[in-house]
Write a protein that binds this ligand. Sequence first.
Ligand SMILES: [Fe+2]
Length: 381
Amino acid sequence: MKLGEIPHKRHTQFRKPDGSLYSEELISTEGFSDVYSIVYHTYPPTRVLKIDKAYSVAPEIAIDKNIQHRSFLGFKVKPANDYLEARVPVLANNDVIISLAAPKEGMTNWFFKNSAADELIFVHKGNGVLKTVYGNLPFSKGDHLVIPRGTIYQVLFENHDNRLFIVESFSPIRYPKRYINKMGQLLEHSPYCERDIRTPSKLETHDEEGDFLVKIKRDGMIFPFHYASHPFDVIGWDGNHYPIAFSIYDFEPITGRIHQPPPVHQTFEGNNFVTCAFVPRKYDYHPLSIPTPYNHSNVDSDEVLYYVDGDFMSRKSVEQGQITLHPTGIPHGPHPGTVERSLGKEGTDEVAVMVDTFHPLKITKQALEIEDPGYFRSWTE
Ligand SMILES: [Fe+2]
């Protein structure tokens, strides 16, 4: 990617119209050993004015060791004005924090930077713009916004009715390795390709000095930093470290004559987890096929499903925003009656996002407040 103006050679003099130098910043990952971008600021990005008192936003764990099927009603999470205070952590382990949020407002006069985690924000409801040093990225319902750690950003919403499903990953969020060729391109049999990936397009250069609040998250804490210049004072950049948007509605489902296994739904991966997208699709076309999934024991993963839209074939009653958690090794499967009901059906309009973690998830205090406590018995009811 390249946007705006950059000098012919990196690490050389690059001057403003008034003759003074632009300020080069290398934003590099895994030390200097992985993806990076080089950004040219109007002012040095280092000018800290003050740092306010840090405060904790770490998930409060209520159940540390869980092996019970659970269900949480995500739309019971109350809307909140503030973009960060709206976040309600539901499930967490050392690899990810999974949160729900219904923010009424974006950020107009402050900025956020997650220094510890890449963020995958699934937009269930809402339209707006993600603003970063890399430019503007408009988003709407169904988008996955993937924001690499270390990116200062603002989210601006068009209205107050927004619902987000957020995965913070303490490792880079990547395209599935098996879909990438040796030159780094998405392979032809991948369910999405580069054309489906949207990147920042409009670079706004804010040549502004003053007092700019950037709330920086690390180690479960928010550190409020005040900087002397606008974080989006960038005249140009190039590199391979930048946010993207990918709509679930651009995911091309892989279908077959008989039931396809969950990996065909994969969208992204990080260390010790994967994400998947379930989208409207035709059912299996073997004359005796069973469209509902089989009972299964996911022996090595905790399985989190977030229901977005449509009628879920294997469930008796599912509502928008609901999360189910099927922990490692405990079989789960279609609810009574749903197998027979599915026979002969031609397709599904279901939309859902799945996160499979390879280490157990812990349940937060807030998750228990929105739990449907009888869910683990729902196969015998
Ligand atoms: Fe499952």
